[in-house]
Design a protein around this ligand. Structure first.
Ligand code: ZN
Length: 182
C-alpha cells in the first residue's frame, strides 16, 4: 500500500464516458483500487472521486468532505428529496466550474469494501458530492449541465484541455476556478 497517487484521467479520455460495470465479487483488487482512489483524491485536494477517473470502469466511488472517508461499491440512489444548486468543479475537467442542480438529500444503498450492504443518508454538500460521483459511473459529466451560454464560454477551455491531453502535457496550471473538486 506504498503506492502514490495515480494520474487522473482528463476530459476527452473515453473512459470518462463509459458506463461503469457493477462489481460482482469484491476482492483485494477492489480494496486496493479504493485505497489508491482515496490517495489520488487527497493528493488532488478533491472531496470525491469515481473509479473511471483513474481509468477503472467499475462501480466504485470515494468521498470525504472532511467528516470521514466513504468507500462505496455499487452505489444506488433509492430516494431523492428537495433541491440545491452548487458550483461544481471536477478533477477530470480542470479550470471548469458549473452550477448543477441536484437533490438536497439522498438515500443510497451500496456495499462497503468488505461486501457488507449499507444504507446511507446524505444531505447538502455530501449529497452533492455523492451524486456527482455516481454520475461519473454513468459516464455523465458536469459539462453536460452547462447552458448554451456556458458551453460557449467553456468550449475553448475544453478544446485546449483536449489538445494538452493529446500532447500528453499536463494542464499548465493547478489553479482551479472552483472550490469543489469532485
Ligand atoms: Zn468529477
Amino acid at each position: 500500500m506504498e503506492k502514490t497517487a495515480l494520474s487522473i484521467r482528463l476530459y476527452g479520455d473515453p473512459v470518462l464516458r463509459k458506463k461503469a460495470k457493477p462489481v460482482s465479487h469484491i476482492s483485494d483488487r477492489h480494496r486496493q483500487i479504493l485505497s489508491d482512489m482515496a490517495k489520488t483524491m487527497y493528493a488532488g485536494s478533491g472531496i470525491g472521486l469515481a473509479a473511471p477517473q483513474i481509468g477503472t470502469s467499475e462501480s466504485m466511488i470515494v468521498a470525504d468532505i472532511g467528516s470521514g472517508l466513504y468507500k462505496l461499491i455499487n452505489p444506488k440512489i433509492m430516494k431523492r428529496e428537495g433541491w440545491q444548486v452548487l458550483d461544481e468543479g471536477c478533477l477530470s475537467i480542470p479550470g471548469v466550474c458549473i452550477k448543477v442542480k441536484r437533490a438536497r438529500k439522498i438515500t443510497l444503498t451500496a456495499q462497503d469494501e468488505f461486501s457488507h450492504p449499507l444504507t446511507l443518508e446524505a444531505d447538502d454538500l455530501l449529497a452533492c458530492v455523492l451524486q456527482h460521483e455516481m454520475e461519473h459511473l454513468k459516464g455523465k459529466l458536469i459539462v453536460d449541465y452547462a447552458s448554451i451560454f456556458e458551453r460557449l464560454k467553456i468550449k475553448q477551455k475544453l478544446a485546449k484541455l483536449a489538445q494538452k491531453i493529446k500532447d500528453e502535457k499536463l494542464p499548465e496550471s493547478k489553479k482551479e476556478s472552483c472550490q469543489l473538486q469532485l
